[in-house]
Design a protein around this ligand. Structure first.
Ligand SMILES: Nc1nc2c(ncn2[C@@H]2O[C@H](COP(=O)(O)OP(=O)(O)OP(=O)(O)O)[C@@H](O)[C@H]2O)c(=O)[nH]1
Ligand SMILES: [Mg+2]
Length: 370
């Protein structure tokens, strides 16, 4: 007992005698160690990528790309970007889907729609979500309406959250994650993954915020009994420490690589339309290609772009994507704030699961016959 007491007293004395400067220094050491580990991983990845790197500016006709020898002196990247060709079909799509309409215009349209709905139906009737929040979602297809289960309240629900791949496996074994099909949403922090999940399912279940690094673990949402949507932590900058970001990257990479192809049907890689594919997106896409995971790019936040800029950005993204194996060569463009272009993704999810819906109903029919 006496021994324990002396040890305690010694302990407090030793803590009390540590000067505050030393504590600060040790904190900095830990921070530096985290940063150097992060830098090392990043350097290793970029060395690997140098082999595959495509500078889309080099593909432009003047052949004076950013790293090209022929680049005229004093020409900015913005000036090079302006020389990008514009695809007429893409431009038409941008106009018909109202992809570049600003949020303010969307709010005005939403107000008008809500007023007209109340006048036509009844002032006390519940206004549909797409009218209130996503005015450019477009007229809801009856099949998509049925697929989303809109009259029912439980159309999108959070099933579980997992911080490690082991937890995912345990949840799968315990039949907590029981859907036959999974679709994951990945991308840099703050590009709007959680907002997109809400928009495409016309729900407000996935939590989003204007803070990079808001989603910190794998969130499994069940859209219906056949389909799970997996919201992932973002990579790149986050308002968290380097070590934590590293852990999230490890979690995302190992989940995507380890999950069977049969269950994980597609990874939607969400990018910001204003910025296009960044270096860490490129690293991620190559990782997916190497792991033979099927993926598709979604250009979000189109409401914050000019139509011509968006079309040019699409060209650059398309040039990079068409070289990658395992990529779905159809690039989605959408705004999860106004709902423009989002129904295209919902339709795709419907088509991904339609054969399963078919099989389940035929199985049920067989069971009923027996
Ligand atoms: N202008 C605009 N803003 C958007 C759009 N989609 C999302 N945002 C905003 O972007 C911010 C981040 O959205 P989140 O959905 O939390 O982004 P996230 O990718 O899930 O972020 P992390 O969870 O941190 O990785 C929020 O403030 C959203 O309102 C969009 O289409 N247009
Ligand atoms: Mg999120």
């Amino acid at each position: 007992m006496a021994g324990l007491w002396t040890a305690l007293v010694e302990g407090t004395r030793s803590v009390a005698s540590v000067p505050s400067d030393a504590v600060e220094e040790s904190k900095e050491d830990v921070r530096d160690a985290g940063r150097s580990r992060y830098d090392k991983i990043s350097r290793r990845r970029s060395e690997h990528l140098r082999k595959f790197r495509v500078d889309t500016y080099d593909l432009l006709e003047h052949k004076g790309g950013r790293n090209g020898e022929g680049k005229p002196k004093g020409v900015s990247n913005r000036a090079l970007f302006r020389q990008t060709p514009v695809d007429a079909n893409v431009m038409e799509k941008i106009k018909t889907l109202k992809l570049c309409e600003e949020n303010r215009a969307a709010q005005r349209v939403a107000k008008g729609k809500v007023r007209a709905f109340k006048k036509e139906v009844s002032p006390n009737h519940k206004v549909p979500v797409q009218m209130r929040f996503y005015p450019f979602f477009g007229a809801l297809d009856p099949e998509i309406n049925k697929f989303l289960g809109i009259p029912k309240r439980d159309k999108l629900r959070l099933v579980t959250t997992c911080g490690t791949v082991k937890q995912v496996e345990e949840a799968t074994e315990a039949s907590l994650i029981a859907t036959p099909i999974e679709v994951a949403f990945a991308g840099r922090s703050n590009v709007g993954k959680s907002s997109l999940i809400n928009a495409l399912s016309l729900a407000t279940c996935a939590r989003s915020a204007n803070v990079p690094g808001y989603t910190q673990s794998l969130h499994f949402y069940a859209l219906r009994k056949d389909l799970s949507l997996v919201d992932m932590p973002g990579y790149g900058y986050a308002s968290a420490g380097y070590d934590q970001v590293d852990d999230w990257n490890d979690l995302v990479d190992s989940y995507l690589v380890s999950r069977g192809k049969k269950r994980l049907r597609r990874v939607y890689v969400v990018i910001d339309s204003r910025h296009g594919i960044k270096q860490n997106d490129r690293e991620f896409l190559h990782m997916l290609s190497k792991a033979k995971v099927k993926f598709q790019v979604v250009m979000n936040k189109t409401d914050a772009c000019k139509p011509s800029d968006l079309a040019k950005r699409w060209w650059h993204v398309n040039e990079e994507i068409k070289r990658l194996p395992n990529a779905v060569h159809r690039i989605h463009m959408c705004s999860s704030r106004t709902g423009a272009g989002v129904q295209e993704i919902t339709k795709e999810l419907y088509h991904l699961t339609s054969h399963i819906i078919g099989t389940t109903s035929s199985v049920q029919q067989q069971q009923q016959q027996q």
